[in-house]
Design a protein around this ligand. Structure first.
Ligand code: HPA
Length: 238
């Protein structure tokens, strides 16, 4: 049963999973929010855990950064372990004057610079979209908590460090309504569509390409915690 990257038996992973990029965040969530926790993966230090959140069985696992790393884990979780609901929680850089550091962005859709979709669908510009029910649940929860929340398109970029010309292009996309840039969501939504499962990405703004502000590590932690709770609550309502 174990796959090349996940050393778990099939029943060790829940049908609902929260996916932070950082495996230590997965450990933090397991230790602070889940009961009866069992670690199911340590291959490449990509830690994964299953436990109980409010009487529901959920898993949490790191994915690493970028579309290739993310896609390996998401693919194996869906295809080999039967995971049905996947919620990514991560950080993003704002591309909009209206989206400030610490704000929450719910990715309704994702554009990408990656070839993964065009390689299979060269004649189409296939939109990558979130599951509406998950999106609505997360939005209601964020509103109820009075958190600053935006819903819209994000850009999943293949590059973190861009030439100035590309950075300017990304900023121009902000003027077309793209709220933020990160590096994984389009792959999550594409795999969700391809393999028939529910997906959503919740993003905290850690920096702004417009104002050049960025969050310190302590502040990142606090705003990350709001997002973890919304992620877990959305998972158990799915
Ligand atoms: N670019 C890409 N990914 C990111 C950024 C960014 O500016 N901030 C957080 N994740």
């Amino acid at each position: 049963m174990p796959t090349p990257h996940i050393a778990a038996q099939k029943d060790e992973i829940a049908e609902k999973i929260l996916l932070p990029g950082d495996p230590l965040r997965a450990k933090f969530i397991a230790e602070n929010y889940l009961k009866n926790v069992r670690q199911f993966n340590q291959v490449r230090n990509m830690l994964g855990f299953t436990g109980i959140y409010k009487n529901e069985r959920v898993s949490v696992m790191g994915t690493g950064m970028g579309i290739p790393s993310f896609s390996i884990y998401a693919h194996e979780l869906i295809q080999e372990y039967g995971v049905k609901t996947l919620i990514r929680i991560g950080t993003a850089g704002s591309l909009s004057k209206k989206v400030h550091v610490r704000d929450l962005v719910l990715a309704q859709s994702a554009a990408t610079t990656s070839r993964i979709i065009r390689n299979e669908w060269p004649e189409y510009d296939l939109p990558q979209t979130a599951n509406f029910q998950l999106l609505q649940t997360a939005h209601n929860l964020a509103k109820k908590q009075n958190l600053p929340v935006h819903v819209g398109t994000v850009l999943s970029s293949d590059l973190f460090y861009n030439e100035e010309e590309i950075s300017n292009k990304n900023i121009k996309l902000g003027k077309y309504g793209v709220l933020a840039v990160e590096m994984e969501t389009a792959a999550l939504y594409y795999l969700g569509a391809k393999l028939g499962v529910q997906t959503l990405a919740l993003l905290t703004i850690s920096d702004s390409l417009i104002t050049k502000e960025s969050l310190g590590s302590q502040e990142r932690q606090t705003s990350f915690q709001d997002m973890m709770v919304i992620g877990l609550e959305t998972l158990i309502k799915s």
